[in-house]
Design a protein around this ligand. Structure first.
Ligand code: NDP
Length: 332
């Protein structure tokens, strides 16, 4: 066991009056929670859920104190798990890490080996977190639509929250796979960015904010929705007969007020995406597809890199819808 000095961790805690606060603490390995693999974390990211955890905007954190950070890449330091050895590069997405189990915003993490996958060799370490849970979720959404039968021949595919993390990766992937991509955004000023990623059409989010009609003009054959609420309801009402929407996000709210009309009159399907507890084979499939189908130049174009000290400020900006694309956190 190598000697490990104290290390910095970002901690979310509550005071006696149950008010949430965030501070940097010095921890030892002994302070970390149970697990059979210790990882030296090199990079993490700031996802929307991390923003919710740090700001307390929604009750994402289920245990206090908590180290937030739902995803990381790093090197195994010690392992009692037969699948991993010291020196292995591993990726973690989800499994309640950063919510109920100490997460990524520290130099070290101790987790269950069953939650980890080995980093695909072909992809640079930092790029795995440029993709992060957002990109992995975009890929899971695409795989789900493909299993449903959606192909480039089906018709246009809509992506909501298009300038966000899931949205940006989804636009780039769909374009590479040959789809006609319709990007819905609240930031039409980012048209050039979205067209650069591969969007063929830009739709102002304003058009989808009112309560949805029972059925609306048919505009797309499939979609990936990261927003929820009225935007998702309108997306469903505007889907062509036999189409499908993968619902993966709630950046616009948790609610969904729709009618059965699109489902029973147009045979539209709503497909749920949960990235958090996917079994390892599904994770490995998604990461394998990301290696193959995501254009490295586009990944670069959507990625900003920050240090540990900028996590908090970035978390605040992401819940305000002010972060574009993906943010990598360098912890090494
Ligand atoms: P981002 O903040 O990067 O992207 C969300 C985007 O949604 C924003 O960029 C913005 O895009 C749009 N948006 C933001 N606020 C609002 C609002 N109030 N109303 C309507 N649109 C809004 O977040 P991520 O990409 O990290 O995550 C996107 C969503 O997916 C989140 O809800 C997240 O929790 C969810 N998610 C779910 C997972 C799962 O397992 N199901 C896994 C990963 C993420 P624009 O300005 O272009 O409109």
């Amino acid at each position: 066991m190598p000697r490990i000095e104290k290390f910095k961790a970002l901690v979310v805690d509550r005071d006696a009056a149950k008010h949430q606060f965030v501070e940097v603490r010095e921890l030892n390995l002994a302070d970390l929670m149970e697990g059979d693999v210790v990882v030296r974390v090199s990079h993490s990211t700031v996802n929307y859920k991390d923003g919710l955890a740090i700001t307390g905007k929604l009750p994402v954190v289920r245990r206090f104190p908590m180290i937030p950070g739902i995803d990381f890449v790093g090197e195994v330091v010690t392992s009692d798990n037969p699948d991993f050895r010291p020196g292995d590069e591993v990726i973690l997405n989800g499994w309640g890490v950063g919510e109920g189990h100490y997460g990524a915003y520290a130099r070290y993490a101790r987790v269950k080996g069953d939650w980890l996958i080995k980093k695909p060799g072909e992809i640079p370490t930092a790029d795995t977190m440029a993709i992060g849970t957002a990109g992995y979720t975009a890929m899971l959404s695409i795989i789900t639509l493909e299993r449903f039968g959606v192909s480039p021949k089906s018709g246009p595919v809509v992506v909501t929250g298009a300038t966000g993390g899931v949205g940006s990766v989804a636009v780039a992937l769909l374009k590479k796979l040959g789809h006609h991509v319709v990007a819905v955004t609240g930031r039409v000023s980012e048209e050039e960015y979205l067209r650069g990623l591969g969007a063929a059409e830009i739709v102002d989010r304003e058009e989808l904010l009112d309560p949805a009609k029972l059925l609306d003009k048919e505009r797309w054959a499939a979609g990936i929705d990261t927003v929820g609420a009225n935007v998702l309801a309108n997306v469903i009402a505007m889907t062509k007969p036999g189409g499908a929407i993968a619902a993966c996000g709630n950046a616009g709210g948790m609610g969904l007020s729709t009618s059965v009309a699109p489902f029973i009159l147009r045979g539209v399907s709503l497909l749920g995406i949960n990235s958090v507890t996917q079994p390892r084979p599904a994770r490995e499939e998604a990461w394998g597809r990301l290696v193959r189908d995501l254009d490295q130049k586009k990944l670069e174009a959507m990625t900003t890199t920050i240090g540990f000290d900028q996590i908090r400020e970035t978390a605040e900006r992401i819940v305000e819808g002010k972060v574009r694309g993906r943010v990598v956190v360098e912890l090494g």
